[in-house]
Design a protein around this ligand. Structure first.
Ligand code: T6T
Length: 316
C-alpha cells in the first residue's frame, strides 16, 4: 500500500496521510508519525510497519510533516492523539520540543513507541528502536580515514541541533576523529534538511578550506546537498564524501564515484520491531525498553553484492 505520506507535498503542516488496513482483522489501531514525509528512510520504515501490522492484525494510519520541523510535527501529534489510536509509532523531530506532546499522548493512555529518533526523557515510551547512530558516525570516519591515511581536514554537514540521531552520528564521528591526530575536525554545520542549504554550506567551506579531505553528511538530504556542493566546487577528485543513509540516489552516486561510502540503516526492521513492541504494549505484555538495529557500510567493494538488501524504497 502506498500513500500520500510517501510523497513530499506543499507547505501544509501535514505533508501527507495514508491508511493501510493490512491483512488482519484490524484489531489494533496504530498511527505512524514520520519525521518528514517523502523521505525514503521513513517510506521504507512505513513499508516495514505496514507489512508487520498486516501480519499481526493491525491497521496503520501514516502521517508526516512536510518538513523535518517540530512546529509542523506537533499539530500532527496532537490530532493523532485526539483520534485515540491504541499506539503511536513516532520519530520525534526534536529532543526537547516533542517531549511534552508525546508525554501527553502516553498520559492519555496511548502506547508510544519511539522509532529512529528519541526525546530527552523517554521514560513514558513503551520502547525505543534506533540504529547505532554513535557507532555509525565512528564508522563514517573510519571510511574517510582509510581513503586518506595521511589525514587532513574533515567536516560534518548535519540537519539541526537537537535531533537525537544526527547529533549522535556527529558525536561518534567527532570522537573518532579525535583519536587520530593526523586529522583536523572543522566542526558541524547545519543544513536544516535542505539539500540546497547543504550545497551552499559545502561550497563556502571548500572556499575557506580548499584542503578539506573528507565530509561526513549525517543524513539523506545533507548527503544530497554535499554531493552537489563538492561537484560545484570542482573538488570531486580530492574530497571524499561519506553519507548516512542509502536512498536510490545515494546508491547511484556511490556507483558513479561521487560518494565514497554510505552508512545504510535498516528502516524496515526499525518499523517492524516497532509494531511488535507496540502490540505487546497494547496487550499489557513486557516490552523491550531499547532495541538497537544494525547498519552496513556500503562502498564500491560491496555495493553490487549487498546493495540491493539495503537500498531504501521510494514506495512500498
Ligand atoms: O537518517 C534518517 C533518520 O535516521 C534521521 O533521524 C533523519 O534523517 C533521515 O530520515 C534521512 O533523511
Amino acid at each position: 500500500v502506498t500513500g500520500l505520506a510517501g510523497c513530499a507535498s506543499g507547505d501544509t503542516p501535514s505533508g501527507g496521510e495514508s491508511s493501510a488496513a493490512g491483512g488482519g482483522d484490524g484489531e489494533y489501531k496504530l498511527s505512524f508519525i514520520q519525521g518528514v514525509a517523502g523521505d525514503e528512510f521513513y517510506i521504507s520504515m512505513q513499508c516495514g510497519i505496514e507489512e508487520e501490522a498486516a501480519k499481526l492484525g493491525a491497521t496503520v494510519n501514516t502521517q508526516g510533516p512536510a518538513k523535518f520541523d517540530p512546529t509542523l510535527q506537533k499539530p500532527i501529534i496532537d490530532s493523532v492523539v485526539a483520534s485515540k489510536p491504541d499506539a503511536i509509532l513516532v520519530a520525534p523531530t526534536d529532543v526537547t520540543a516533542m517531549q511534552a506532546p508525546l508525554r501527553a499522548a502516553a498520559d492519555a493512555g496511548i502506547k508510544v513507541v519511539l522509532v529512529d529518533t528519541t526525546v530527552e526523557d523517554p521514560s513514558f515510551a513503551a520502547s525505543q528502536i534506533a540504529s547505532d547512530n554513535l557507532g555509525g558516525g565512528a564508522e563514517a570516519f573510519k571510511a574517510i580515514q582509510e581513503l586518506h591515511p595521511d589525514g587532513g581536514k574533515v567536516l560534518v554537514i548535519s540537519v539541526d541541533p537537537g535531533i537525537s540521531t544526527t547529533d549522535a552520528r556527529a558525536e561518534g564521528f567527532e570522537k573518532a576523529v579525535g583519536e587520530d591526530s593526523k586529522f583536523e575536525y572543522l566542526g558541524v554545520q547545519y543544513s536544516h534538511n535542505d539539500p540546497a542549504e547543504a550545497a551552499r554550506l559545502v561550497t563556502a567551506a571548500l572556499a575557506k578550506d580548499p584542503d578539506i579531505v573528507g565530509i561526513f553528511a549525517a543524513n539523506l538530504f545533507s548527503a544530497e546537498g554535499t554531493a552537489t556542493g563538492v561537484r560545484q566546487s570542482g573538488k570531486q577528485d580530492t574530497v571524499s564524501i561519506v553519507g548516512f543513509d542509502a536512498g536510490p540516489a545515494q546508491v547511484a552516486q556511490l556507483k558513479e564515484g561521487t560518494v565514497q561510502a554510505l552508512v545504510a540503516q535498516q528502516p524496515a526492521t526499525i518499523g517492524s520491531d516497532g509494531v511488535q513492541q507496540a502490540i505487546k504494549a497494547i496487550k499489557g505484555e513486557k516490552t523491550e525498553e531499547k532495541i538497537q538495529t544494525g547498519f552496513k557500510v556500503l562502498t564500491l567493494d560491496n555495493i553490487e553484492t549487498d546493495g540491493a538488501d539495503y537500498v531504501y524504497k521510494s514506495s512500498c
